[in-house]
Design a protein around this ligand. Structure first.
Ligand code: ADP
Length: 393
């Protein structure tokens, strides 16, 4: 059985086609610059890869080309082989606590939630409409980044601000990366054959968030009303004092959204190091002794450790500390620095085992108070699994 997982952006469309019998990717690829000049696509299948510059005036054209190519390249024989399509959706607000079949009501809700994900939700709707146009009969499922976090209680999700803001405008913590954190929780429960785990899941990529998970449910998470809060990230500041915003507005003659843009796109590793948003460059810079890279690295580690420590207390201990996403899966050095700072809680790495990139592995020593794991995330597979489960109901 074949299921396609889709991540539609405003000018891009990423896909993975899974054979769900063995959960392997049959083909994957990216359509870029949709609706702009020099649009192009690339498709990977087996050991092959093709790419082409081609006019992509809108998402529906991209979807038509994608489906034609899947057949032309012999990846599938007919479109009927694709039995379901799962769409990644950034915000399900506080309405969707799990994945759902896509209906007109769901599409209308996604449009209604656009204030909570102004760049993403309208783009997901473009992707959904494009598939509806080209493949009207194939069932589709929406998988929300926010859904996993809907189990937070109000002490976690409310901000200590006028309660009216929540009641009237739904100002609250929503959290993001939920599909990734859920995948980590499921993978660990499976690996350890235990459902009753206290997990601190560290999704450290270009965007990053940390989630406290108990018995498979999210208790708290570091991202908030938007993905700007929490730990320091590639270009996002993470938590800062909001009074900085009017202060910089006045100093630099900017409006609020320009300053928010600075906090989203010019802060984090990039802002502090004045060098790069990419943790590999920062690591290399730090090794060469560049002071701003050392500072950025130390600040990143500190913000991560602070969240881990606070979730350790919230959970009343920790069975597994998990590292995932680009930095979490690949940066041996960053994991080491983080765990070193957690020694007072009894966390201890097995240095040899930590010498690993991108594979599921226990990296804690025998004497560590908690297990520590590297768990490669797979949001696309999680989307495909949910889609399969829902269409089989
Ligand atoms: P996102 O999905 O949020 O765009 P990723 O999960 O791909 O981001 O993570 C990107 C980050 O992971 C970058 O900072 C990059 O430097 C880091 N990263 C990727 N590969 C490695 C590696 N081999 N070693 C260290 N860091 C890595």
């Amino acid at each position: 059985m074949k299921i396609m997982s889709i991540n539609a952006g405003s000018s891009s469309l990423k896909f993975s086609l899974f054979n769900m019998d063995n959960e392997e990717v049959i083909a994957s690829g990216l359509f870029e610059r949709i609706g702009i000049d020099q649009s192009k696509y690339k498709i990977k299948y087996g050991d092959e890869q093709i790419s082409q510059e081609i006019d992509l005036p809108d998402h529906a054209v991209a979807v038509s080309i994608l489906l034609d190519k899947l057949i032309d390249l012999g990846i599938i024989k007919s479109l009927e082989e694709i039995e379901g399509i799962g769409h990644r959706v950034v915000s399900g607000a506080d309405v969707y606590g799990q994945s759902v079949p896509i209906t007109d009501k769901v599409i209308n809700d996604l449009i209604a939630f656009k204030d909570f994900a102004p760049l993403h939700n309208p783009a997901h709707v473009l992707g959904i409409e494009a598939f509806k146009k080209v493949l009207p009969k194939i069932p589709m499922v929406a998988v929300f980044d926010t859904a996993f976090h809907q189990t937070m209680d109000e002490i976690s999700y409310l901000y200590p601000v006028p309660y009216r803001w929540y009641k009237e405008y739904k100002v609250r913590k929503y959290g993001f990366h939920g599909t990734s954190h859920r995948y980590i929780a499921l993978t660990l429960a499976n690996e350890l054959n235990r459902q009753d785990l206290k997990i601190i899941s560290c999704h450290l990529g270009n965007g990053g968030s940390i989630t406290a998970i108990k018995d498979g449910k999210c208790i708290d998470t570091s991202m908030g009303f938007t993905p700007l809060s929490g730990i320091m990230m590639g270009t996002r500041s993470g938590d800062v004092d909001p009074s900085i915003i009017p202060f910089i507005m006045e100093k630099e003659g900017k409006n609020a959204s320009e300053v928010i843009d600075d906090l989203n796109k010019k802060s984090g590793f990039l802002g502090l190091s004045e060098y790069s948003s990419d943790s590999r460059d920062i690591e290399d810079g730090a090794l060469e002794g560049k002071a701003n890279c050392i500072l950025a690295e130390e600040k990143f580690v500190r913000t991560v450790v602070n969240y881990i420590a606070s979730y350790y207390v919230l959970l009343g201990g920790c069975d597994v500390l998990a590292f995932t996403a680009g930095i979490g899966e690949n940066s041996i050095n960053t994991r080491m620095k983080i765990v070193e700072k957690l020694a007072c809680l009894g966390f201890q790495l097995d240095v040899e085992a930590n010498n690993v990139r991108g594979q599921l592995q226990k990296i804690s020593s025998k004497d560590s108070s908690s297990m520590i794991y590297v768990v490669p995330t797979n949001e696309e597979l999680m989307i495909a699994r949910d889609t399969l489960e829902i269409i089989n109901r």
